[in-house]
Design a binder for this molecule. Sequence first.
Ligand code: GDP
Length: 414
Amino acid sequence: MRTDPRHRSASTSPLTRVRNLGILAHVDAGKTTVTERILYLTGATHKRGEVHDGTTVTDFDPQERDRGITIFAAAVSCDWDGHRINLIDTPGHVDFADEVERSLRVLDGAVAVFDAVAGVEPQSEAVWRQADRHAVPRIAFVNKLDRAGADLDQAVRSIRERLRTVPLVVQLPVGQEDGFTGVVDLLRMRSLIWTAGRDTYEQGPVPDDLLTEAARRRRLLEEAVAELHPEALEEFCERSALSERTLTGALRDLTRSGEGVVVLCGSAYRNCGIEPLLEAVVAYLPSPPDVPPVRGSRDGARQERPADPQAPFAGLVFKVNSTATGRLTYVRVYSGTLRKGDTVLDVGAGRSERIGRILRVQADRHAEVDRAEAGDIVAVIGPKAARSGATLSTPDAPLLLEPPTAAAPVVTVA
Ligand code: GDP
């Protein structure tokens, strides 16, 4: 999987500050907890939800709470470091593969969460393959490092062997199992230590007892990157080392091309490792203009639509949800601008739909906005019949978006 090199360069529009992100995991790996911690940290929620209390924010359907698994995908917006992160919740349970499939269609990147004891599990492997078919760039988060039996190296080996990808490990854990307190950031060669019960971490030098191991791991990372990335190889040959800048740029390229996967670690439960995860999301995963333009057909001819607010509007419905607020139609806007009051065409059905209200969904709250631009994910109220999978388009330039590349059969795991 290689992207066109044109898509590697970032443009300067504010769209580059959007990340449409999914969190993929085997059930129980910690997807809900990671999501909760992200929402808490970014201020979208003001208290931490706990899965075992049934108070989590993303799982707001009562049936989901009862079953403790995320059945229906929900899109949640939050802000981090000047970036808007639209978090598209994807079900981890393999019975809901269709929902995963639909969510994957509208993501630009994903975090795959693994359990540090179990490593790659069958469902994480199945979802990984689905994400491969959609060419969704990913980073990996090895969670639950505080658990007895947690083993980052073993988890990384299973990522390499079972997912057949090149793991690029950018952190070294500080402490083990119950004594796990933080990580060494191998890019900046510094430690980040979380104090129990506090939400911030202390930055410091690499602890003395980890100096040799951190240097060894940094070297391994540089070698792995140089092997895959021509510019990094050149610098490595010249200087026998890689600068932080080259390493960051190369990791971004390798993530976006799918040639490697950046691996971070932590304990979502202890709120440990979430900030570096968000930094990695912003640094490595693509924004809407970084991914290839969406394709569709117009009067039988194939067309591409750029992620440009000035282009004709085209969007995809990826979920419809009946709530107390009304019938929420979740739309990924691929091109153009969707405005409150617009009449759009459900191209497949040949039916007009009116956009009454546009909502930015923040878990269980909604903020009303006047418009949504290319790259954005919003919920709209007004459409009466548009179904999940429907293309909405401006009536004077109707474009029927192509079905997902993943028309391929869904993997069944024994
Ligand atoms: P999901 O099914 O992937 O959404 O997983 P959840 O977030 O619901 O987590 C499953 C269980 O693992 C819950 O009981 C969590 O409290 C627990 N859990 C999540 N993250 C961690 C972690 O970092 N460490 C430990 N020890 N437990 C965790």
